[in-house]
Design a protein. Sequence first.
Length: 242
Amino acid sequence: MSERLPEMGMLAFSVAFESWRTPRPRPPEVHRRPAMTPGLRDRLHGQRQEATKLEDPVRKMFSFMITSADGYHAGPGQALDWQTIDEEFSQFALAQVREAGTLVFGRVTYELMAAFWPTPAGEESDPDVAKAMNTTPKIVISRTLPQATWAGTRIIRNHAEEELAKLKQQPGKDIVIAGSSTLTAGLLQTGLLDELRIMVNPVILGQGRSLFAGAGKTSLRLLKTRQFTSGNVLLYYQPITR
């Protein structure tokens, strides 16, 4: 494992999981998300219903993030050394990455991951996770990233919601947002996110970066929970947007 994982939740990837001990991330780039039109929202809802009837479900999109007990996903100075990463967590992280048919990142998280997993250090830290990260198709949502150097990456610069809605209609495994908190907050009310997976660590930070800073009020339905021997608790939620 690397000494310090970058934030995937900051990986879903729970990868986050393992890579969030690299250099401190720069402050996140905040994008104003264009409002999803009522027509697109209704079409997406109708497509989900029709897909269910045909037993050919729309691809699920979920976001995974790690938080302290008091709701911070990064401590002062973007510190992530409070995250509880052990063998049980690592096994969970690998299984979760393997659920992904596509990984989606915001720019800041993408740059951290791209600087770690394709390198010898990333492969040595966890060969299985590195292989999954490097071979899974990736999308980065950014208007400012000049180019994507990580193999298998596509940049979406405009109309991100519409592009993600189209992606959900394509065949494949789950679409996973890898710990990008700003991106996740911006998608909560769009109807695109089917599930939030929030890993609560047994620690109180007192200050830091709020998990869903900037998000509007969103009701959640608890689907299930999982308790880890470390004291971590994984909460599975469904955002309620209608």
